[in-house]
Design a protein around this ligand. Sequence first.
Ligand SMILES: [Fe+2]
Length: 386
Amino acid sequence: MSTFDRGAKPDIGTFVAFDHIRFIVGNAKQAAYWYCANFGFEPFAYKGLETGSRVSAQHAVRQNKIIFVFESALLPDNNELAPHLSQHGDGVRDVVFEVEDLDSIIAHAKKAGAKIIKDITEESDESGRVRYATLQTYGDTLHTLLERKSYSGLFLPGFKAHPMPKTFFQGLPHVGLNFIDHCVGNQPDLEMTSAVEWYENVLKFHRFWSVDDSMIHTEYSALRSIVVTNFEETIKMPINEPASSNKKAISQIQEFVDYYGGSGVQHIALNTSDILKAIEALRARGCEFLTIPDAYYTNLRERLANSPIKVAENLDHLQKLHILVDFDENGYLLQIFSKPCQDRPTLFLEIIQRQNHQGFGAGNFKALFESIELEQEKRGNLFRKD
Ligand SMILES: [Fe+2]
């Protein structure tokens, strides 16, 4: 495992934070409802036929600083949405970053050879204006870079308050997820480095953390991962690729790539300051999480007994909820992974709480992989069929 220095501040505009994540799905209205009911979001903003949007419907849901937007086509033969949906199933199309000084960032991106999907565009309404441009990153995934400091409206121009009443969702147990901690992109074999270099060259991100397959492996599968981040280290983008430790086995990263049809967003980690309360609430709402065997907690108790770290949370409670613990000599993190959010074994969500620890759960990857492999086996996807 390695960590890196961030170096000097790049001479282009600032990347502020994740702004929102836009998904292309088969039925945006139902997806928005599912994320609200299961994951504690509330209906936030809407764009559709009633607001003058003739081509697609967009349903934005929000939980504190986390905004997901679900988009579906309204008419047949939509050129952007239909091919994406057919190829990838429900999935993330655009990871949107808020930026300052968009012009300098786009000027540099062009010089660095980035594919510009949409050049700098301005949109406005009675609440002000936004400016944005959209770049292509790995696979069919996009990054829209958005300048919004001259906009005071609810979300973005063209969106109105979501018509779905919030009262039903507010009557469910309160979850308390606060912000997007990181957003992970899976790549096909041997494509991690080029995806990482895109962030270094085009956005002037730097490497933050990495692990290789000598550290992260089970009997069946392995992965390599490099995390890239902006200078302020407010946006973390881990990039994974599969590695195999067994020729007959299919790494969970490869399973993702097979079912997603190439590179794409594998998971989004959402930060909370009280994971016990959050997971109690999410389980009460019907969320399904990966199961962690009791042996993991026996081993964890032994390792913690030999460490200076004191985990403030009750270990029996963490075990009951299947929450994982990773730690070093300075701090720890608590994390848990949902089952896939759609029929394809592609996107899932992670819930994470950090206590002076900026890693990504490398100490848990083995337990996590073994748990995912149990699910892969149920799906008939753990071993090659030749
Ligand atoms: Fe993660």
